[in-house]
Design a protein around this ligand. Structure first.
Ligand code: HEC
Length: 100
């Protein structure tokens, strides 16, 4: 009789823990996952040359991120903000090297 009300509490606690973990992960973008996502979804079209060509369009990390968003929309990839960050960070570390 006493046990029933406990269950929702446990669910809430578990959800809160999961969210805390996700929140913590979001703060440390993962360029390795970004590299995988990029290889799988983006490299079919352009070689990496597009990121260091002389006339490259990105002038800041925010630009790179905006391009990533643009392409995920174009390709209907439905990435989370975290995944967009991972790819932007990967491209920045690998090619652009903008400081934030
Ligand atoms: C349909 C082909 C195609 C696909 C798929 C594609 N791109 Fe591109 N991308 C291009 C072309 C073409 C340009 C150059 C556009 C320009 O110069 O105006 C470009 C430019 C970019 C740039 C800007 C480069 C610069 O000048 O700094 C970034 C960043 C980029 N793409 C990221 C991505 C990412 C991330 C994905 C996967 C989610 C992706 N692209 C998928 C064709 C593609």
């Amino acid at each position: 009789m006493n046990r029933l009300p406990l269950r929702p509490l446990l669910v809430v606690a578990a959800t809160a823990t999961a969210l805390a973990v996700l929140g913590a992960r979001a703060q440390t973008a993962d360029p390795e996952r970004g590299a995988l996502l990029y290889t799988n979804h983006c490299q079919s079209c352009h070689t990496s040359e597009v990121h260091f060509r002389e006339q490259r369009k990105s002038k800041s990390l925010a630009d790179v991120r905006a391009w990533v968003v643009r392409w995920t929309v174009e390709l209907e990839l439905d990435w989370t903000g975290e995944e967009v960050d991972d790819v932007a960070r990967h491209l920045n570390e690998r090619y652009y090297q903008f400081t934030e």
